[in-house]
Design a protein around this ligand. Structure first.
Ligand code: VG1
Ligand code: CO
Length: 543
């Protein structure tokens, strides 16, 4: 077979964001677009020669075709081996595990996570490093630099093996190993959790619904919950991956997973419910009549991790992204372990996990995970929640009430303004940053600003500094507003405003969240002028 060297030119804008490169599917399908970016991944990381890669994705439209192209490029670039999930499927945490298990040199995950899929939707490519984690900033910068220096890409003319059957196939001299996407991941979960105790929970009549949102976690949740743990058939909803996620956004929040939220708020509510995002790294947790704020979920998991054998030895530290509520810090203080505050995006947790400084990490966007892989892991969070419920034998609402009585409650909400004008968003953030020095001491509707800054992170493992990670405004009494622009969208800008207020252990924990945050919401509007600058009077999504 022949290896073709195809002449190409740099394509502008191939800059990875918070989590990989995300563009409209049509953009990715344009001639050379995917090929250029994949060649840049190889060129920016010292070449593919002799390397082993893991490859898979969330099942979205164009994924299988893209996988075939990437395999032909791996072979042409001299890679030693490719390990691919059957059907080109791998959840992001399963890919992370497989990279570590096989001691691979990296992995490519074909996903735009929670962004919608299909010909009119979005596509994405994430590159993970040998530790199994998302490429850190220096690596994404090297890849971006390589996109600007391309003059050719290499591709084999040999056909890619059909990925529907397991086995080892030859592609122009490179073995392509097609594996069951679920088996190794399930074995890891069986080591971390007491499956016997979880089986006993389901056998006692405990009820659950898991909404896979037509995305990649369907096969994982079905095998683990309904298979290994004996939950009744029908526990997993929307469990067959579809190329356009049933026409929805596979984003586990009260807007896009509304049917599940309606179910838990209604008369036929199960004891516990969860939903997961497109690539299986994020999760939403619900109890009967109750939505658990992701920041609270992180805190509860950290405080009760010993309920699972994998964490019986205690935690080394707890890390959260900056906009995530400080509920996790309260737990770290009580446990006497370090707390870390990183920029948004899982890539910043990798060094802490590798250095053994943190065991559990999480983000307000419903991503939680531990040192078992180097990605956030939606099903892992569900299994740890189940372990806590199996031990406590209490409703989720009582687990939350007990948590707040011990640590206090951090009322929390994120307000998203989607698809706003990019220039208006940039001007708003610039004006906000210009105002920062004048804010401390100023009062907005009874809230006095204590500190205000543009968050910069100094990585404690290597001293590297990442600046410009979002504006933090802290008020006396523990309230806080954070402003940043999303790095995962593909149209206009998305402004995220993160709102938080503290009620101490003996305070009122029963308020409705938006009402509890009313003063912080008003202060955030006063400080940033959101309505005037964006033309929006209300957010599109509130989590
Ligand atoms: C969002 C979330 C962030 C998460 C990222 C990737 O980023 O806020 O917490 O890590 O998505 O998650 P942004 O820049 O849009 O705020 V996933 O599940 O899309 O890989
Ligand atoms: Co995701």
């Amino acid at each position: 077979m022949t290896i073709r060297t195809v002449e190409t030119k740099p394509i502008a804008g191939q800059k990875p964001g918070t989590s990989g490169l995300r563009k409209k599917t049509a953009a990715f399908m344009a001639p050379g677009y995917l090929e250029n970016f994949v060649q840049a991944i190889f060129d920016g990381t010292g070449g593919a020669k002799g390397k082993t890669y893991v490859l898979g994705g969330d099942g979205r439209f164009f994924g299988r075709e893209a996988a075939g192209t990437i395999l032909r490029m791996m072979a042409a670039n001299g890679a030693a081996r490719a390990v691919v999930g059957r059907g080109a499927l791998l959840s992001t945490p399963a890919a992370s595990h497989l990279i570590r298990l096989r001691k691979a040199d990296g992995g490519i995950i074909l996903s735009a996570s929670h962004n919608p899929g299909g010909p009119e939707g979005d596509f994405g490519v994430k590159f993970n490093t040998p530790n199994g984690g998302p490429a850190p900033e220096p690596v994404t910068e090297a890849i971006f630099a390589a996109t600007g220096a391309l003059s050719r890409y290499l591709i084999s003319d040999a056909p890619s093996p059909d990925l529907s059957a397991e086995g080892i196939f030859d592609l122009d001299g490179m073995p392509v190993e097609v594996v069951d996407p679920v088996a190794d991941y399930q074995a890891l979960m069986e080591r971390l959790f007491d499956f016997g105790a979880l089986r006993a929970l389901f056998a006692s009549g405990f009820t659950m619904r898991f909404d896979a949102m037509h995305a990649v976690t369907g096969p994982y949740a079905t095998a683990i919950l309904e298979g290994a743990l004996g939950a009744p058939a029908g526990t997993v909803m929307n469990g067959a991956p579809s190329e356009d996620f049933g026409g929805g956004h596979p984003d586990p929040n009260p807007v896009w997973a509304k049917p599940l939220v309606d179910l838990v708020m209604g008369p036929d509510a199960p004891d516990f419910a969860a939903a997961s995002d497109g690539d299986g790294d994020r999760n939403m947790i619900l109890g009967r009549g109750l939505y658990v704020t992701p920041s609270d979920s992180l805190a509860v998991l950290a405080a009760n991790a010993a309920a699972a054998p994998g964490y019986a030895g205690g935690l080394k530290g707890i890390a959260r992204s900056m906009p995530t509520s400080r509920a996790a810090d309260d737990v770290a203080a009580a446990l006497g372990v370090p707390a870390f505050e990183t920029p948004t995006g899982w890539k910043f947790f990798g060094n802490l996990l590798d250095a053994g400084m943190a065991t559990i990490c999480g983000e307000e966007s419903a991503g939680t995970g531990s040192d078992h892989v180097r990605e956030k892991d939606g099903l892992w969070a569900v299994l740890l929640w189940l372990s806590i419920l199996a031990k406590e034998r209490k409703p989720v609402s009582e687990v939350m009430a007990a948590h707040w009585r011990r640590f206090g409650r951090r009322y929390y909400s994120r307000h998203d303004y989607e698809g706003i004008d990019s220039d208006a968003a940039a001007e708003m953030m610039a004006a906000l940053k210009a105002r920062l020095p004048s804010l401390p001491g100023a009062t907005f509707g009874g809230l006095t600003v204590e500190a205000a800054d543009d968050f910069a992170y100094a990585d404690p493992t290597d001293g590297s500094v990442t600046a410009g990670q979002g504006v933090r405004v802290s008020f006396a009494g523990g309230a806080r507003a954070v402003f940043r622009l999303s790095g995962t969208g593909t149209e206009g800008a998305t402004l995220r405003v993160y709102l938080e207020r503290y009620a101490p252990p003996d305070g009122d924990h029963g308020e409705e969240t938006q009402a509890a945050l009313a003063a912080v919401i008003a202060a955030a509007e006063d400080i940033a002028g959101i309505a005037a600058r964006t033309g929006r009077s209300a957010p599109d999504v509130m989590t």
